[in-house]
Ligand binder design. Sequence first.
Ligand SMILES: Cc1cc2nc3c(=O)[nH]c(=O)nc-3n(C[C@H](O)[C@H](O)[C@H](O)COP(=O)(O)OP(=O)(O)OC[C@H]3O[C@@H](n4cnc5c(N)ncnc54)[C@H](O)[C@@H]3O)c2cc1C
Length: 442
Amino acid sequence: MPSTQPFDVIGVGFGPSNLALAIALEEQAENGARRARSLFLDRQTDYHWHGDTLVSQSELQISFLKDLVTLRNATSRYSFVNYLQQHGRLIDFINLGTFYPCRMEYSDYLRWVATHFSDQCQYGERVERIEPVNNGGGDIELLDVISVDSHGREHRRRTRSVVVGTGGTPRIPTVFQGLRDDTRVFHHSQYLSRINQQRCARGEPMRIAVVGGGQSAAEAFIDLNDSFPNVRVDLVLRSEVLKPADDSPFVNQIFAPENTHLFFDQPETERERLISEFHNTNYSVVDLNLIEQIYGIFYRQKVSGKQRHAFRCRTQVLNASSQEHGVRLQMRDIATGQEEAHHYDAVILATGYERKSHKALLAPLAEYLGDFDVERSYRVRATPALKAGVFVQGFSEANHGLSDTLLSVLPARAWEISEALLANAEAAEQRAESQGLKETAA
Ligand SMILES: Cc1cc2nc3c(=O)[nH]c(=O)nc-3n(C[C@H](O)[C@H](O)[C@H](O)COP(=O)(O)OP(=O)(O)OC[C@H]3O[C@@H](n4cnc5c(N)ncnc54)[C@H](O)[C@@H]3O)c2cc1C
């Protein structure tokens, strides 16, 4: 049975989005607002930010000044600058002369912030579903969040609102879906742990295909090239070339928090046009410095005459099958239609992420939530009967713009959600009080 006193909010996932919310709620209380009774649940046993992708060369793709809080409150103790100060690296970081720390350091910053909220976070619990609490018909004031811990024990907790911040789900292209059990085929989100189980980690030769033409594919290619001299890599991509991510200053203005208002107020067709126009800021693109590194690797191959890696552009994978000694990929040149088959010892799917996990978690609330349209305050539009708040972070790109799945608007978004959550909690208490008064009078 859940405890009788409900939480004001349960955050599902404790990635950067809900971490920023924890900071915003604390700041609200310090400014005199209600101190929210909050809890954050994360399936990881410990804090990591995309931990299996943290190869040594990977860098943050956004300025460190766009951390969890600075854009809203530059004097916050949770800033990246304060993290550096507390760890005795501020002067060293300044001397690096960069806005882009390595992702390993940024993950450590996030973990450091998370330790300040350890009393509000429960790790090692995977949330399975979010159910309405139906007290005999009428309005739904409360929700139950049902999670399972590492021992398989189920937990049920009651709350006035939920904020789902569960991030992306690895996208597995259809042709690879039949190979999910094959340990030689894995998504880039599992890169480090899986590559360390391969023969190349013991120095043995391997032939590996990296499928994809975005940032993750580029990072995997460079890591395999640098860390495993006995690995030959085929970079397999549908596009003609590796295209650079546009992070030029005027374009970067679309990620300003103010831009969210502008974007949200546009008609649907205009929003779609804007997303398509600026798609090359985030999707299927690579940081220019990595493109130059990869180009240099292929150029040096030409100079030496020793071909180690292959660049298979304009290539569609038609079929993938497990074989005794590897994985066979049947591929087609998109321009000429010519087909070839190649054998690999392992295949890494750098094929991106889908944003759909919120729908499965919220499925028991489907009759109240319709098609998951999201309001400006990031609350999912619901029928009037659902008084409990359902908020999402990172699942509203179509309504709030390209920054929605990224780090750039976290401080502003967390603040907006915290205001809506607190208002919802106050309203719920007032309804409960007036209900109590009515019952007493009757
Ligand atoms: C490799 C990689 C690098 C990136 N680099 C950048 C970058 O440099 N700049 C940028 O702006 N964006 C970057 N992004 C985009 C990324 O989405 C954001 O940086 C950020 O991680 C979004 O935070 P989030 O909290 O919404 O989601 P996530 O960081 O994905 O966090 C979600 C959390 O929810 C937990 N979770 C998931 N399902 C459940 C469940 N059922 N129950 C309990 N817990 C659950 C997960 O364990 C995780 O901790 C990157 C993405 C990837 C994959």
